[in-house]
Design a protein around this ligand. Sequence first.
Ligand code: SF4
Length: 761
Amino acid sequence: MREHARAETPPDTLPLKIKKKKKMAAGIPAVTSSLKHGLQNMGISRTVKTLTMVNQQEGFDCPGCAWPDPSHRTQFEFCENGAKAVADEATKRRVTPEFFSKHSIQYLSMQSDRWLNKQGRITHPMVLEEGSSHYVPITWDDAFSMIAGEVNKLENPNRSVFYTSGRTSNEAAFLYQAMVRSIGTNNLPDCSNMCHESSGKGLGATIGIGKGTVHLDDFNHADVILVIGQNPGTNHPRMLTALRDAKLKGATLIHVNPLPEAGLERFKHPQDYMKMNLSSTQLSDFHLPVKIGGDAALLKGLIKIHDELGHLDSKFIANQTGGFDSMLEKARDTDWNAIVRDSGLPRELISEVGQVVARSKATIACWAMGLTQQPNGVAVIQEVVNLLLMGGHVGRPGAGFCPVRGHSNVQGDRTVGIWEAAPVSFIERMEKGLNISIPREHGYDVVGAIQAMRDGAVDVFFCMGGNFISATPDTMATAEGLRKVGLTVQVSTKLNRSHLVTGKKALILPCLGRTELDVQGTGPQFVSVENSMGIVHRSTGSLPPASSHLRSEPWIVAQLSQHLFTNSPIDWSGMVEDYDMIRNLMEKSLSGFEDYNKRVRLENGFLLPNPPRDSRTFDTPSGRAHFTTHDLPDVRIDDEQFIMMTIRSHDQYNTTIYDVHDRYRGVSGNRRIVLMNALDMAERGWKNRQMVSITSHFEGETRTADGWQLVAYEIPRKNIATYFPEANILVPLRSTAKDSNTPTSKWIKVTLADFHGDEEE
Ligand code: SF4
């Protein structure tokens, strides 16, 4: 029996440094940081080559977030974190068979996630045999035979699960779902189950599409821009350019976040220096430090003010919406004391902001995990919809919804079929296009897949990219589930903890990255992705592959399918000879992809249909947009309890830890920290660097993690913040948002206690 590898990252042991938080984002520090990561990983020439290719027409799409490219690109069309993502993938460091022969998975698991990531690109397909603790090389053919053997002997195809990370291209994701559905299951969980699933559910039910409804240019026409539960300075940095431009055109920016994020205080565009423009721009006009979970109360307050002041788009409400009266009645019945108590904001401030919102001629609302990962994530997003529909802020210039995706193609993956609960109409069109029959039974989402693994109901778990063990909630529960699986497979570029916490047998299939040249039978190929604003565009890698043994994601799926299926109606090998073939099949199987191969070659790609944006129409059963009626969520906690939210530092991208410098927040050296209100600390006699243990509480269950250092920070009382993924161990698997089943990583009840190190163990 193999000794278990450590499931959660051991803390970095560098000394914790605490400085004053920054009041401005980007500027020269962003340039130096981008160059530092470039030179450390790629050297000069490769740094120049890649950073002048990223997000360019003939170049590759940034493997970072999904913020759209402007139609007129600058020569340096990337942000600091985009540069880090590119340097991280195009690194010259290599993880070879020799590396694996030297290091057992147990040894590797005792290294931090930062250390694992720094080892570089995996060069060969590797296998971890049952009971073994060292990966050894395997041929592609033997790997595919192993997987096909395991899948084809399953008594029930639903004992196999196929996860997708949001970096997977449209072409790879489409072929992947075709393969999975050909196996006979819809078990297609993906990373959006853990992030914007609440947006998809909230918007889908109210405006008939689970996506944003604005163009990038709408930011230039907005009166008011709400940025709620989002930290663009770190997670979508080029958004700051759009916000700056909107400000310079007179827009009012309202920043709703428990934390005063530098990225929404002031912004200095690094390229302004080249124009000798040394000025920076004040961004947010209002920062509302709402209590964690207090957004719904705040929005209720804004709706009440809007009602009192009028400025309703009555014609739109009467002719194109439903549910207005009961929504308004609920808002009117909601007591201001409850609104002030739950939001943690004074009525005067809510009223002042409410007047600005009510008088706005054109409002855009942007949001991210701060809303989607709440227990009432779907309902609070629908309160945003209520607020904007009151003013008819949809489907006209400068107005609409803008959920900002954190993964470059997470929206695209869902569009092309990575969907465990796709509607029948979608499945029927797919069946016709692929000429296969597809089960109607919905598959597992991420939380469902983990529960199934824990119940011993999964024999094969396949991951197209990602780092499942670190990205998911309830780390120990996920690890327990993974270890029960017969075979786990990871298609990856770099080393991460999911290569160490595995099934009984495990495979690593190293794939080409976005930056790399992808040559198939008919020559170099390009792939396509969809950004947050529904634009599908090309991405063409040009760097020589990190190893001659790497293969593209479409090739991996096609080859595996040929091992799986003896007589499939899909010409798998033909598909990867020329990716135009894949796009032709997508055109037949999906709506909105007409003339795909022609339109994807257009300068800025093409827009997918979006009725609310395109024609102010709503693809809902009633054909109307819907106001919805929600009670305030129960956000009460016991006296000794706190509400914890997990956050990302400025030196990470999702589970990828580039380094330990959360520059904007003034924290560096250690990631096992707790941002806490100084008054809450003082009340307990605690100071900076005080060691504590954190215990989460959920329906009688507790989970404890020790050895966190306190950092006094501007955060509302009784609220704390910890880093993702370190704090995932405290997020209960069953603690999910209603209707979307998204883990509630932004709302966890916890208690804290002194921790005195080892003598306590
Ligand atoms: S904003 Fe997002 S997509 Fe753009 S360069 Fe930065 S990380 Fe990449």
